[in-house]
Write a protein of this length. Sequence first.
Length: 119
Amino acid sequence: MATGYLTTHVLDTARGLPAAGIKIALYRVSGNSHKKIAEAETNADGRTDGPILPQGKLKQGHYELIFFCNDYLDRHNLSTDTIKFLDQVPIRFGVADDDAHYHVPLLLSPYGYSTYRGS
């Protein structure tokens, strides 16, 4: 059995703080098919309480994390625009090694974001 797992966290680069209360959905992607396989919300440390995909559940293939940022940006008055520039942030990534730990964080500001494969 594969032993890999997936974690994530969100850092608010505009405020220099972890981003608490951001809803996250994880999808398995195959061609044009998206199947939701997990949901979570970030805690006070900007992390989910456990791996968003626990050990043994990560399989080779393509995934997409969607971070629902609109409510968070509103709560912290990070954008006065009625329609936010960033509402949902999708990050699509591939998993080649289902025995590895994949960490896919989001660095968020009201008008931009970045990600990387962390540890």
